[in-house]
Design a protein around this ligand. Structure first.
Ligand SMILES: Cc1cc2nc3c(=O)[nH]c(=O)nc-3n(C[C@H](O)[C@H](O)[C@H](O)COP(=O)(O)OP(=O)(O)OC[C@H]3O[C@@H](n4cnc5c(N)ncnc54)[C@H](O)[C@@H]3O)c2cc1C
Length: 551
């Protein structure tokens, strides 16, 4: 197939036929687009947003920034790209990340292949021809041999079902749908609902200028300091000089980070040594507090409790009001059970006279009214409400894409009890459809896993093309094994329970199934190598029934 219509085809036309359609222009989709074009496939990317960047396009709320070190999150496929982009901070802020992803799109001449403002509403597999018809919200139809859904795991913002939300007369924004025009908090009465990773980032910034800030907290989180800092010229030079070794460490790390693991267990140290190590952890950057911690911190209950006690003492020492401090100490989960948020000045913010905290467990929101938020304690009036209430994680975007595979099988039906995947890239019954960066895809520094998956998908496509195959479909047995491995691993610590959005638990009615990759990156990479050397044995490949081989 060749492109018969430009990337900017007018709405409603029915003319585009390409080898590959990529849905989504976040960090995963941009890479898939780059790899597909590089491999000689005709390709177009369809993106719902008006710009590229995915997460870093939509989440433009003040305070949005990486919890992964900037240079470990960025692309590693081009050393020139790595060399020429100068990250300002170890944990870059959203505007810089969005600029970076736009730079990549232009640097590799991909913009002309991306159609923005283009939401895919239906994608149907054609059993006869072995290809996909994709329909967008404006009625445009496109056909492609292969469909790559790079639609993200945190791309469908979730609003809790609170009556009267629409009746609120003030301004309201979800952090994941933040407007591109500036939002002014100065002198306003602001509410922030939600204290997950986004809520804790925005709270300190709103508090600086708002007349009042009321934070509505459903559950407290084990927040620890991000410890961000600018990247010095010397560090920049080191990063460049060590590109190869950085890539090597990232490729062999369990979760795609540079942080090293620590081989001591908690109670091998004396109380004094332990407190000193906890202090070191508290002052270390980002996810080091999870990865470089005592080896048993996430798996041993007492070890976990000892670290939690340390954080609790920190919270109580920072927050002046004992009642507020108590509310900020998590009571319902352990460290590492949920995604740990990293903060800058978060706990300190509650010492400001203009900031107050509401516990939603004891005083749930009853409704929103025209003027504000009503709880059992009465009505609080606001000018501006921020919804930091998270996302329909893992499967949300794919479930909304109207995907129908072999014999009209709807993906939503196939995944009714939770996702079934092989390597987090394909589901049986959905030939030629791949979803790198989707459910079962990553558990750690996302782009590292998602990039592996994109590379693997492109290797599959290249292999099929070289052998004259038109359809690629994973063996159901391979899918069952992988999915069972994820479900088994999810029952082991550090998951402890199912309180996290990793299990879809923030969405009412969603099946409680683990949505991350439980294998770790080295296992994923070794499986990929094994599969490649077996000529992709877990995949059934066949020439198209219409005889239109693309060898
Ligand atoms: C605030 C925030 C901070 C984060 N920080 C980190 C971090 O520090 N480290 C980390 O590893 N991960 C982080 N993440 C996770 C982050 O989502 C991933 O790192 C990464 O951005 C995923 O990239 P992606 O391209 O797979 O998906 P996304 O970036 O979500 O992009 C998917 C794109 O697909 C588009 N799309 C979806 N459905 C359709 C459709 N039907 N039609 C057309 N387009 C569609 C969306 O509009 C979106 O632009 C963070 C997430 C959030 C929300």
């Amino acid at each position: 197939m060749t492109i018969t219509a430009p990337a900017s085809a007018p709405a409603g036309t029915d003319t585009t036929e390409v080898d590959v359609i990529v849905v989504g222009a976040g960090i995963t989709g941009i890479y898939a687009l780059y790899r597909a074009r590089q491999a000689g496939f005709s390709v177009v990317a369809l993106e719902a947003g008006s710009g590229v960047g995915g997460t870093w396009f939509w989440n433009r709320y003040p305070g949005a920034r990486f919890d992964s070190e900037s240079y470990t999150y960025a692309y590693l496929f081009s050393e020139e790209l790595f060399d020429e982009w100068v990250w300002e901070e170890h944990f870059a802020e959203q505007p810089e990340i969005e600029r970076y992803l736009n730079h990549v799109v232009d640097r590799f001449d991909l913009r002309g292949l991306i159609r923005c403002n283009c939401t895919v509403t239906n994608a149907t597999y054609d059993d006869e021809h072995g290809d996909w018809t994709v329909e967008t919200a404006d009625g445009t139809r496109l056909r492609a041999r292969y469909l790559i859904g790079a639609t993200g795991v945190l791309s469908v913002p979730y609003f809790p079902d609170i009556p009267g939300r629409e009746s609120f007369a003030g301004e309201q924004h979800h952090t994941g749908l933040w407007p591109s025009t500036p939002v002014n908090f100065a002198g306003k009465r602001v509410a922030v609902i939600g204290t997950g990773s986004s809520g804790v980032q925005i709270v300190p910034i709103v508090a600086r200028t708002a007349a009042s800030l009321t934070v509505y907290q459903r559950s407290a989180n084990w927040c620890t300091p991000l410890n961000n800092s600018p990247i010095s010229a010397e560090e920049q030079a080191d990063l460049r000089a060590n590109f190869a070794s950085i890539r090597e460490v990232l490729n062999t790390s369990l979760s795609g980070f540079l942080h090293e693991t620590y081989d001591r267990a908690t109670f091998e140290d004396t109380e004094e040594e332990r407190q000193a190590y906890y202090e070191q952890m508290w002052n270390s950057p980002g996810f080091g507090k999870l990865i470089s911690h005592y080896s048993d911190m996430t798996i041993d209950e007492q070890a976990n409790a000892a670290w939690c006690a340390f954080i609790e003492a920190k919270i109580r020492s920072i927050v002046d009001d004992p009642e507020t401090a108590d509310m900020l100490v998590p009571k319902d989960h352990r460290f590492g059970e949920k995604r740990p948020p990293f903060v800058t000045d978060y706990f300190e913010t509650f010492n400001r006279p203009n900031v107050s905290l509401v516990d939603l467990k004891s005083t749930p929101i009853l409704r929103m009214t025209e003027s504000g938020i009503e709880t059992a304690d009465g009505l609080a009036e606001f000018d501006l409400v921020v919804w930091a209430t998270g996302f329909d994680f893992g499967t949300g975007a794919l479930a909304r894409m109207g995907i129908r595979g072999r014999d009209g099988l709807a993906l939503t039906d196939y995944w009714r009890d939770g996702p079934k995947t092989f390597l987090g890239i394909q589901a049986a019954g959905f030939p030629n459809f791949f979803f790198p960066g989707g459910p079962h895809a990553a558990a750690g520094n996302n782009p590292r896993y998602n990039g592996d998956q994109v590379d693997f998908v492109l290797d599959l496509l290249i292999h099929a093309r070289a052998h004259g195959f038109d359809t690629i479909e994973v063996d159901p047995a391979a899918e069952a094994d992988w999915t069972a491995m994820i479900d088994r691993a999810a029952r082991r610590a550090p998951s402890f329970g199912e309180s996290s959005y990793y299990f879809g638990s923030n969405i009412p009615g969603k099946p409680r199934k683990y949505l991350l990759n439980a294998a770790g990156r080295p296992k994923l990479l070794s499986m990929i190598e094994e599969i490649k050397s077996s000529d992709f044995k877990p995949f059934q490949m066949a020439p198209g029934s219409d005889g239109r081989n693309r060898g």
